[in-house]
Write a protein that binds this ligand. Sequence first.
Ligand code: PHE
Length: 454
Amino acid sequence: MVKRRTSIHGQWSSRLAFILAATGSAVGLGNIWKFPYITGENGGGAFVLVYLLCIALIGLPVMMAEIMLGRRGRQSPINTMRLLAEEEGKNSFWKYLGWLGMLAGFLILSYYSVIAGWALAYVFRTAAGAFTGATADGVDSIFAQLVADPERLLAWHTIFLVMTMMVVARGVRSGLERAVRFLMPALLGLLLLLVGYAMAQGQFAEGLRFMFKPDFSKLLSGDAVLVAMGHAFFTLSLGMGAIMMYGSYLPAKTSIAKVSIAVAVADTLVALMAGLAIFPIVFAYGLDPAEGAGLIFKTLPIAFGQMPAGTLFGALFFVLLVFAAWSSAISLIEPAVAWLVENHGVSRVYASVWCGLAVWLIGLGTVFSFNAWSGFKVFGMTIFDMLDYLTSNIMLPLGGLFIAIFSAWIMKKASVREELDMRSSGAFDYWYILVRFVTPIGVVLVFLRAINVI
Ligand code: PHE
């Protein structure tokens, strides 16, 4: 029995607090902004099906593994991986898994913050009534104007990052824990309202068919499968250490399996609801589901512009989108900040300022990729596209693959079993098979398929 460690950064006050914080990390732009537009780009139903399979067979087991490693190590991912590897008598190069994750966190946050900036801008546009009675074309041009203007994008990016780093600097528990208790239920309520609107006013049946009727001819491009798997990691915040970090603040007795299921189910429901709010409007207004990254910014405002009190609900919706992004952004940078505090003895404030500056600088690439540098493309991708592709489709699955390998091949089974502490040993065995075989083989097959080897 290993001595129970405690984290120098603190601990969640309860199991519920962890669930809310981890759900806050998981539910973000990935669910409401990204899931609908990549579903649209990849033809709908079949893509959704593969995504759901990836959540169940790869995402959920990896989430449990990450929380398990985090709680056992009780440090930032880099130090946790080093410590656990040493403790198991294995090579300490496993710490590089923590480094890979930290890098992914910087890169993701750099563009995440720019997109969250769009949402911030939309709070004010909606509240000012910019969309009242607007046509699809009008809404489209408002979006085009925003992204064409680097100064505005930069200003919103800066504001969002400052908001993020302020919370991280103050420690996760006092600010965040309190905020998510209110925000998550509010977000759910508003999404329900929007789905209700889409049911009443949009082409709901067509939206449903698009999302849930698989057309396999569209799917089987290797890239679509890679995108679905990458998104399963992205949406559950897996493969880069965010959930490992949050796991390191988890009280000792909490059931890892139960909290993981709660978080994965909540995250999936929010994504599906976002799709059900958006596609009926897309079809009702003859818009293109394969529109790309601007999809929600070009569809939902039409609905807000028509519905009674749409100014209010619209503004509220974007406020909540900002909050959802905010609670995710915090978890993207928390591992780096915690690592600086652990290894360099600096204060959280100091660590947050430097991390924030680094992210801000990298974010310039995304800001300009929508305007001044939009012509700069490698493999047909802008800087924003590349950052997104590299992180979601390569770095996170790779991180998840190694997390699975470490948990099920490198660590002693007894240590893993002890930390997971599952009541039913049948459930443990089932999980163990998933992380030992299904996850690694699944990830490798999807990679091979994407590069056309199979
Ligand atoms: N899960 C978040 C979302 O769906 C994004 C995220 C990825 C957060 C990785 C933390 C780590 O928006």
